[in-house]
Design a protein around this ligand. Structure first.
Ligand SMILES: C[S@@+](CC[C@H](N)C(=O)[O-])C[C@H]1O[C@@H](n2cnc3c(N)ncnc32)[C@H](O)[C@@H]1O
Length: 221
């Protein structure tokens, strides 16, 4: 998968996407990730990307020209252009799986008060929020989306099964898990997990996942 990111803060991306699983996905070519500075698409002396909103009001808005030019430069016919914005649909596992099917994502990160509405109307195929709160810019939301989508790409996780058994993958939260020692300071691992009876273990895990979901996230059921 190819992901292009448009941002005013390319420096924020140094580090988080250069470690561990995402690093390996990039090195193996499963993820081709490029970060682009929006200012490269502004042509005046000061590389201006923002201006005051018509009608007044606080703050500045991202101007349409640099974003249109960048999307025209980086986009292809099958590109999915996605704005990060608190007004978008709330990002979740189902949306991550949906995005993992596309060949090319172009993620557009905002700043200041956000985007001129014509960017929404004319350029965006989708608009995503990572939750009901407001961050200073879209770099962290972009990283959240890149991480969640990349780990669903074939071959990215060492054991492909591990993405299938996790929270949300079947509409439930994950069941409780334990590792050695079986008895830690008197806190014992449930007997069934030590039994070697795989059918019983699967039944217990299913039941625990349902109980935990009922208790913590009944909205998922
Ligand atoms: C300060 S916010 C703009 C908020 C905007 N004025 C509003 O009220 O919705 C600046 C940028 O940060 C990003 N951003 C902030 N919170 C976000 C969230 N919860 N999800 C996705 N992007 C977010 C967006 O790209 C947004 O354009």
């Amino acid at each position: 998968m190819k992901i292009d990111v448009l941002t005013l803060f390319p420096g924020m991306f140094l580090g988080p996407l250069d470690e561990s699983i995402i690093k390996r996905a990039r090195e193996s070519g499963r993820l081709d990730l490029k970060i682009h500075n929006l200012r490269e698409y502004a042509h005046d002396r000061h590389r201006t990307v923002d201006d005051r909103p018509f009608g007044g009001g606080p703050g500045m808005l991202l101007k349409p020209e640099p974003i249109f030019e960048a999307v025209e430069d980086l986009g292809r016919e099958m590109t999915r252009v996605i704005l990060l914005s608190p007004s978008g649909r709330t990002f979740n596992h189902a949306i991550a799986s949906e995005l993992a099917q596309f060949e090319h994502l172009l993620l557009v990160s905002g700043h200041y008060e956000g985007f001129d509405e014509r960017v929404r109307d004319q350029l965006a195929d989708d608009e995503l929020s990572i939750g009901d709160y407001v961050l200073t810019n879209g770099a962290l939301p972009v990283m959240v989306v890149v991480d969640a989508v990349t780990r669903l790409l074939p071959g990215v996780l060492g054991d492909d099964e591990s993405a299938n058994e996790e929270s949300f993958s079947h509409g439930l939260l994950e069941y409780p898990q334990y590792t050695r020692p079986a008895d830690f300071r008197g806190m014992k691992v449930p007997e069934v997990l030590l039994s070697g009876n795989h059918a019983e273990i699967a039944r217990w895990r299913g039941e625990q996942a349902r109980l935990r979901t009922q208790e913590r996230r009944p909205d998922l059921l």
